[in-house]
Design a protein around this ligand. Structure first.
Ligand SMILES: C[S@@+](CC[C@H](N)C(=O)[O-])C[C@H]1O[C@@H](n2cnc3c(N)ncnc32)[C@H](O)[C@@H]1O
Length: 188
């Protein structure tokens, strides 16, 4: 039985879309973009994925590193990295980017998505969950970046959409906004 390290270390449970994606994707080299203190990275590591977890916040990476060290999670690597660089330089079977893209420099988002796509192995997967700003549901939070209707599916033209929606969701403070949720598979 897998010990629930998320609750042991006071981490939130893994993002529900990461949990769902794990039902479709076999364990593989995986990148967790904007990992924070590691709720998804720890979950993925415990489920056999070989995880590189990156975040611009050294405090978050230090916290994740202490969990890795204490638990001997040899298949999870934590690194300080600024996603705006768009220079990942490795290939992954799965790149997960949940509620992170909206904190990226808007002028870098196109390059960041292209870099994610180029850094995905043939037949590999990208998971993105990102806030939107639409006419029907103006974004109530001052995120540096938000997606427009259809923008994410357009960027992933040619990939197989395993899941795609732009549903209305609720933030922790009760505010309503649309989120784009996408699990896409790169053509072989
Ligand atoms: C809302 S948290 C999401 C954390 C995690 N993906 C999850 O699902 O819980 C956004 C994370 O993105 C990180 N972040 C923001 N800008 C970044 C950047 N330019 N490069 C790397 N990480 C960044 C923040 O430090 C924060 O940990």
């Amino acid at each position: 039985m897998i010990v629930d390290l998320n609750s042991r270390y006071g981490l939130n449970p893994a993002h529900s879309e990461v949990v769902e994606a794990c039902k479709v994707i076999e364990p593989c080299d995986t990148l967790d973009m904007g990992c924070s203190n590691g709720r998804n990275a720890v979950y993925l590591g415990q489920h056999g994925f070989n995880v590189t977890a990156i975040d611009v916040n050294p405090g978050a990476i230090n916290m994740l590193q202490s969990i890795i060290d204490e638990q001997g999670l040899e298949n999870v690597k934590a690194q300080v990295y600024d996603i705006n660089n768009a220079s990942l330089g490795e290939h992954y079977g799965f790149i997960s980017c949940t509620v992170t893209l909206m904190f990226i420099d808007p002028s870098r988002v196109e390059a960041v998505i292209a870099d994610m796509q180029n850094s995905t192995a043939a037949g590999g997967y990208n998971l993105i969950v990102c806030a939107m700003n639409t006419e029907q549901h103006p974004c109530p939070a001052p995120f540096p970046f938000t997606l427009k209707a259809g923008q994410l599916s357009e960027a992933y033209k040619g990939w197989e959409m395993i899941k795609y929606n732009e549903d209305v969701g609720t933030m922790h403070n009760g505010a309503k906004l649309q989120f784009a949720t996408m699990l896409a598979k790169k053509p072989v």
